[in-house]
Unconditional design. Structure first.
Length: 203
C-alpha cells in the first residue's frame, strides 16, 4: 500500500474536523489548530510577541532587572562567540526559568552529554540581551530574557532547512522538549533563524 494514501486521508480528516482549507491559512495557525485538536497544546500559554512588545504582557517591560534571574543549567554550555569559554549559568526572565531548565534537563536525559555536544546543543548564542531585532527597529524578545539562541554558527539567521542543522531529524526530540514548554521555534514555524526559540507566539 502507498504510504501517501492514508496520510492524505488523515490530513482530510483533520481539515474537516478543524474546518480548515488547504490554502490560505498561515502555517503557524494550522499547526496550532492541529495541536489543539490532538490535545497536544502545552499547559503553558505564553503571550504573543506583539503583546510582549506592548510591555503589557505578563513579562512586563523590556530589560527590567527585577524580572531577571540567573538559572543553573544542567550541563555546561560553550559561548558561540568564544567556544573555549563555558558557562553553566543563564540569565533569563523569571517566568521562563522553569521551562528553560526543563528543556535542557530533558535534552541531557535524552541525548547524553557526548551526543548533545556533537549536535551543538551545548553551544549558547545568548539569552537575555537588551537589543533591537537584527535588521530592524522592534525590540528583540531577547531584551525580555524570553528568547534563546542555540548554536548560531550552524543555524544562521538566513539559513533554511536542511542546511540549518537544527532543522534536521537528529533534533526532533529537542524540538519536542521546546514545544512541550509552549515555546515557539522560528525555524519550525517560518524556516529561518533556526538558532532561536522564544516564549511568545508569532502573531
Ligand atoms: Zn534569537
Amino acid at each position: 500500500m502507498f504510504r501517501s494514501a492514508p496520510m492524505q486521508n488523515d490530513w482530510k480528516l483533520i481539515q474537516n474536523h478543524l474546518k480548515l482549507k488547504a490554502d490560505g491559512i498561515p502555517r503557524e495557525k494550522t499547526c496550532a489548530a492541529i495541536k489543539k485538536a490532538l490535545g497536544l497544546v502545552p499547559q503553558t500559554k505564553w503571550p504573543s510577541q506583539s503583546e510582549v512588545r506592548s510591555g503589557k504582557s505578563i513579562f512586563g517591560v523590556a530589560a527590567k532587572q527585577a524580572n531577571l534571574v540567573t538559572i543553573d543549567l544542567p550541563y555546561p554550555m560553550k559561548l558561540s562567540w568564544e567556544m573555549t569559554t563555558t558557562t553553566q549559568k543563564l540569565r533569563c526572565h523569571h517566568l521562563v526559568a522553569e521551562s528553560l531548565k526543563n528543556i535542557f534537563q530533558n535534552t541531557l536525559d535524552h541525548y547524553g552529554l557526548e551526543r548533545l555536544s556533537e549536535l551543538g546543543l551545548d553551544v549558547l548564542g545568548g539569552c537575555f540581551n537588551n537589543r533591537a531585532i537584527i535588521g530592524g527597529k522592534a525590540t528583540s524578545l531577547h531584551a525580555w530574557g524570553i528568547a534563546i539562541d542555540i548554536d548560531p554558527n550552524h543555524n544562521g539567521l538566513n539559513e533554511h532547512a536542511p542546511k540549518a542543522r537544527l532543522s534536521r531529524a537528529d533534533y526532533d526530540a529537542f524540538w519536542k522538549f521546546v514545544e512541550q514548554e509552549g515555546a515557539t521555534s522560528l525555524g519550525k514555524e517560518r524556516d529561518y533563524d533556526w538558532m532561536h526559540f522564544q516564549f511568545a507566539s508569532l502573531n
